[in-house]
Design a binder for this molecule. Structure first.
Ligand SMILES: *Cc1c(COP(=O)(O)O)cnc(C)c1O
Length: 382
């Protein structure tokens, strides 16, 4: 099969063995054979973040990663309480929007997209709002690539009696996470990102006791209720409603490959890819948005050069035709594109990519190294 290198922030490049794992004899997901597969996957998803199975559990849903955000926000807020969304990017803004759609009381604590949230300000808000029961943050803001200090923020949330929910969709199974040491009560991801499996399945990993408590919380969604899905899994070993059967088989294979590669080795590979991405853009003179020390190691957000011949869509199409996918940015006011270190790829793929990318730029007659205008600003955010 043709091997495409996806440098977009998920779905990622997958191995052929994962692709082929989807081709299985037809099976009804209510069969015991399938139930056993789901059981093992739930255990493995907890193991990936080093959780103790008695304390933490995994609940799967049929949908893209946003479903996990939706599930956690709508299901884990007790009556009369408030959510604090710590917001320094597009994915946390999405969480705020979910709160809005459900009519949940929430505080949208905004920070600049190229800065880490201030712990002092977070603590101040927690102090002033004793009714905050849930603190929410994005681990790696995939729109910019900034890594948020979850361990410290989790400790603050707990000190003020709130639970801590972290969107780890773009870090789970990539950056090593330890759910307990990182002070996480709930984290989440979808199969097509760090796990390098197929789209269509997402999951929440979190504390059993809190899920049990949430049984009595206001029910705001039917299909996306965490307790309901958890309870069905516990009682019957499977999803309440039809699972994406073939996607589950691919996920099982991807998990097998995850453990075979190993957490550290895999993270080293992604780091090699990330460094090769940086090396490539630096060689061509491109600038990126986020201070290097704060980058999660997964997404490089690159500024459009000031060149009349530059066209993102033209360079995208040039690369796409040659098997490489690059992705637009997700920031207001600054024109950017993104290159991501996800997927079953390695350093040599990135080196080949830059040969293609550079040839494309030359064909478009973009001057190299690229240049930026005199009015260069470091503070172009909203
Ligand atoms: C990919 C991603 C999601 C989910 O996005 P979908 O489009 O629903 O797959 C959520 N949060 C973060 C941080 C992500 O990177």
């Amino acid at each position: 099969m043709k091997r495409n290198i996806l440098l977009n922030p998920g779905p990622a490049t997958t191995t052929d063995t994962v692709k082929n794992a989807q081709v299985v004899p037809d099976i009804c997901p209510r069969e015991q054979e399938f139930v056993e597969i789901m059981k093992q996957i739930r255990k493995d998803l907890v193991k990936i973040v080093h959780g103790d199975e008695r304390e933490y559990t995994a609940v799967l849903f049929c949908g893209s990663g946003t479903i996990s955000m939706d599930v956690c926000l709508n299901s884990l807020l007790p009556a009369g309480k408030k959510i604090l969304v710590i917001n320094n990017g597009a994915y946390s803004s999405r969480a705020a929007e979910i709160c809005e759609y459900y009519g949940l009381p929430f505080i949208n604590l905004k920070f600049p997209i190229d800065e880490r949230p201030s712990l002092e300000q977070i603590e101040q808000i927690l102090k002033e709002n004793q009714d905050i029961a849930l603190v929410y943050i994005t681990h790696n803001e995939t729109g910019t690539g900034i890594l948020n200090p979850i361990r410290e923020i989790g400790a603050l949330a707990h000190a003020y009696g709130a639970i801590f929910v972290v969107d780890t969709t773009s870090t789970y199974a990539m950056r090593p996470i330890n759910i307990k040491n990182d002070n996480i009560d709930f984290c989440m991801a979808s199969a097509q990102k760090g796990l390098m499996a197929m789209t269509g399945i997402s999951f929440v990993v979190g504390k059993r006791t809190i899920i049990e408590q949430s049984k009595t919380y206001p029910k705001r969604s039917y299909y996306c209720n965490l307790y309901m899905q958890y309870h069905y899994f516990e009682a019957h070993g499977e999803m309440h409603f039809t699972p994406p059967v073939q996607t589950v088989y691919a996920m099982r294979q991807a998990i097998k490959e995850y453990f075979a590669e190993g957490e550290q080795k895999k993270w080293e590979r992604h780091t090699r890819v990330f460094e090769a991405l940086h090396k490539g853009i630096e060689r061509l003179g491109f600038q990126n948005i986020i201070k290097r020390d704060w980058q999660a190691g997964l997404v490089v957000t690159v500024k459009y050069p000031d060149d009349p011949n530059w066209s993102f869509s033209a360079i995208h199409d040039y690369c796409y035709k040659r098997g490489f996918t690059i992705y637009p940015g997700k920031i207001n006011n600054t024109e950017t594109f993104r290159l991501c270190a996800l997927g079953a790829i390695d350093q040599s793929d990135i080196e080949t990519f830059f040969e293609v990318f550079e040839a494309g730029l030359r064909e478009m007659e973009v001057s190299l190294p690229v240049h930026y205008g005199l009015e260069e600003q470091t503070d172009e955010r909203e």
